[in-house]
Write a protein that binds this ligand. Structure first.
Ligand code: AMP
Length: 273
């Protein structure tokens, strides 16, 4: 496995390849969610590149970017064991410059839900993903459905800026109790982990309601809020897959999303229906 630390090393490496490239951008502290994306890429491409870069521009001032989990040694071992071809781990000054044009995510979809809670977060996400896609020029790029709004905005950017990569959405990976895996879960103590199970439980309750014929968004949200009543809920929302508000669920075209705060930790989860 090649370890690439500079953009020049990455570009030289990418130019040396004549085969299909799969790309998996991450912020490290790798878990089975990331691993599922990496495995899919290895299956579908001749060469797979993983990046680990904790992107400062997607953190709000009040969010502590420096406290994001760092598991470099473990991540390195995981990448070697899975058998990726190259790992890109740049420093911040490899990626960002003093004066650079900025990319601004579309207003409506980036200032609702996650973007309402974290203004300008998606500007930072798109800014770094655009740079990484331009550097790696992957045939296919792998993103988790866990970050549904991020996935939507990246798909929109790829389409509208005519980027030549196919975005592959990947299923949400959960632990044995249903908790969606996240690098931030390591900050949850045992009590908080039990509380956190209410996220996936609320989604299950919603899906049971839908299976029994209930399609009214407000009624389903009310049932979900009952499950989440002891939590600090940031949002419970049901929207269509273009992130537009709906009153009634359109099957196979909707997403149920939930975000809560447990102590200082934000957790998100969703279900595509
Ligand atoms: P992150 O390191 O949090 O930026 O995530 C890197 C990629 O892994 C993103 O595309 C995420 O959506 C994806 N991802 C994170 N957690 C999961 C999960 N539990 N299941 C599937 N994909 C995930």
């Amino acid at each position: 496995m090649k370890i690439l630390k500079t953009t020049k090393e990455l570009i030289d490496y990418r130019k040396s390849l004549t085969c299909s490239i799969g790309f998996i951008p991450t912020m490290g502290a790798l878990h089975q969610g990331h691993i599922s994306l990496i495995r899919k890429s290895i299956e579908e491409n001749d060469s797979s590149i993983v990046s680990i870069f904790v992107n400062p521009t997607q953190f709000l001032v009040k969010e502590d970017f420096s406290k994001y989990p760092n598991r470099y040694e473990a991540d390195l071992r995981i990448c070697k064991l899975i058998g990726i071809d190259a790992l890109f781990i740049p420093n911040i000054d490899e990626i960002y410059f003093a004066n650079e044009p900025n990319i601004v995510a579309p207003m409506r979809q980036s200032y609702m839900l996650e973007g309402y809670q974290r203004p300008k977060h998606f500007d930072g996400v798109l800014r770094v993903i655009l740079k990484l896609l331009n550097l790696t020029k992957p045939t296919k790029s792998y993103f988790g459905k866990k970050d549904a709004q991020q996935l939507f905005l990246i798909q929109n950017m790829v389409k509208t800026l005519f980027l030549e990569t196919a975005i592959v959405p990947c299923e949400i990976i959960r632990d044995e109790n249903g908790l969606a895996l996240s690098s931030r879960n390591i900050y949850l103590n045992e009590k908080e982990k039990i509380k956190a199970l209410n996220l996936s439980k609320s989604l299950k309750v919603a899906s049971r309601e839908i299976m029994s014929g209930e399609l009214h968004v407000e009624k389903i949200k009310k049932r979900m809020r009952e499950v989440l009543k002891n939590l600090d809920v940031e949002y419970v929302e049901i929207i269509d897959r273009k992130f537009c508000k709906i009153e009634k669920i359109d099957l196979k075209n909707s997403i149920i999303l939930v975000a809560v705060k447990i102590g200082k930790i934000r957790l998100i989860d969703n279900m595509w229906i």
